[in-house]
Design a binder for this molecule. Structure first.
Ligand SMILES: NC(=O)c1ccc[n+]([C@@H]2O[C@H](COP(=O)([O-])OP(=O)(O)OC[C@H]3O[C@@H](n4cnc5c(N)ncnc54)[C@H](OP(=O)(O)O)[C@@H]3O)[C@@H](O)[C@H]2O)c1
Length: 306
């Protein structure tokens, strides 16, 4: 059996590929740029693009199980034909890379200008991910939905400035979420691909506890052995900076609202015990994530080993 991993070069997909290979599985990885994919030896890397249906047949040939990247999210206008083509080609199981947003309560509308930018954004996230889940549920094949909360990999957005030796400058240093390590998400996805124990389940997977922005930077500093300052700025200064950087107004608005909303309380997605329930091991911490990614934050010219 060959397993198709879509989004194979992404934060989670790459981990899924590595774990499947480690488990001795035959893996086909789909990407729009096979030459840049840098996937483990033995992986069959094929060109495939969710936006180009003519590329799907080769990717899907003789595939029974698929790790399905949230293409309805990256391509909102797609008619989502990939799922139908996959079933026609013989796919019998999907593990859907979704998001915790899929279970956000219904009600808000992404186009409703009377609600906040954040609520519109969350409604958009919910609808896009749930749409893809429903597409899969409407087929007659096996499925599991893997719904990560906010990914720890979001901190890679600071990597460039940290490598250049600059402090991390953000509003709301105390804002945070129970950030999830991509390896935890991949572990559950691989279990769902390889065993029958998770058929028909939808799992919201988060990190073990909320971690604030300032704590994230401290963890990266500890992991790299570098002195990295967190500099808190006012929301007004941040908005002005983001506008100068060319952030669309709506994105800047929901970003700042989401930070303000997570200074107190559990964050946008409260911590779950899903990973521990399934694996019997605690979820990986953000500190662990920082150790695993220390090289990506290493100041240029710093030769300290991790
Ligand atoms: N950010 C969060 O905190 C968060 C939380 C929950 C869920 N999510 C969901 O997870 C997704 C991100 O996952 P990730 O971080 O693992 O991925 P990622 O690192 O953002 O990588 C994106 C992947 O999508 C693939 N891709 C993009 N457009 C494609 C297309 N037209 N055709 C085929 N492949 C395409 C890319 O492949 P190539 O470039 O190699 O073609 C790449 O493998 C988000 O889109 C969101 O839906 C995010």
């Amino acid at each position: 059996m060959t397993i198709l991993v879509t989004g194979a070069t992404g934060n989670i997909g790459r981990c899924v590929v590595e774990r499947l290979v480690g488990a001795g599985q035959r893996v086909r990885a789909m990407t729009r740029d096979p030459r840049a994919a840098r996937l483990p030896a033995g992986v069959e890397v094929v060109y495939g693009d969710f936006e180009r249906p003519e590329t799907w047949r080769d990717a899907l040939e003789e595939i029974e199980r698929v790790y399905l990247f949230p293409f309805a999210y990256v391509i909102p206008e797609s008619d989502a034909g990939f799922v139908g083509e996959a079933v026609k080609a013989g796919v019998r199981r999907f593990v859907v890379h979704s998001a915790a947003a899929a279970e956000f309560p219904p009600g808000d509308d992404q186009y409703d200008q009377s609600i906040s930018s954040l609520r519109r954004h969350l409604a958009m996230e919910r609808d896009a991910h749930r749409e893809q889940e429903l597409l899969v549920e409407a087929t007659d094949v096996e499925w599991t939905h893997v719904r990560p909360g906010l990914l720890a990999a979001g901190a890679l957005g600071w990597a460039e400035q940290i490598r250049a030796g600059y402090p991390v400058v953000e509003p709301y240093g105390a804002a945070g979420s129970a950030l999830v390590h991509e390896a935890d998400v991949a572990e559950i996805a691989v279990a769902a691909l390889l065993t029958d124990a998770h058929i028909g389940a939808a799992y919201t997977i988060t990190g073990p506890a909320k971690v604030s922005q300032a704590e994230q930077v401290a963890a990266i500093a500890a992991a790299t052995g570098q002195d990295i300052r967190f500099e808190e700025v006012s929301p007004e200064a941040a908005l002005e900076h983001w506008h100068r950087q060319g952030y669309p107004h709506d994105i800047a608005a929901w970003l700042i609202e989401s930070l303000a909303a997570t200074v107190d309380g559990p964050g946008l997605v409260p911590a779950t015990d899903t990973f521990e329930r399934i694996t019997g091991r605690p979820a990986r911490t953000f500190a662990q994530w920082a150790v695993d990614h220390a090289e990506e934050f290493r100041v240029v010219g710093d030769t300290r080993a991790t």
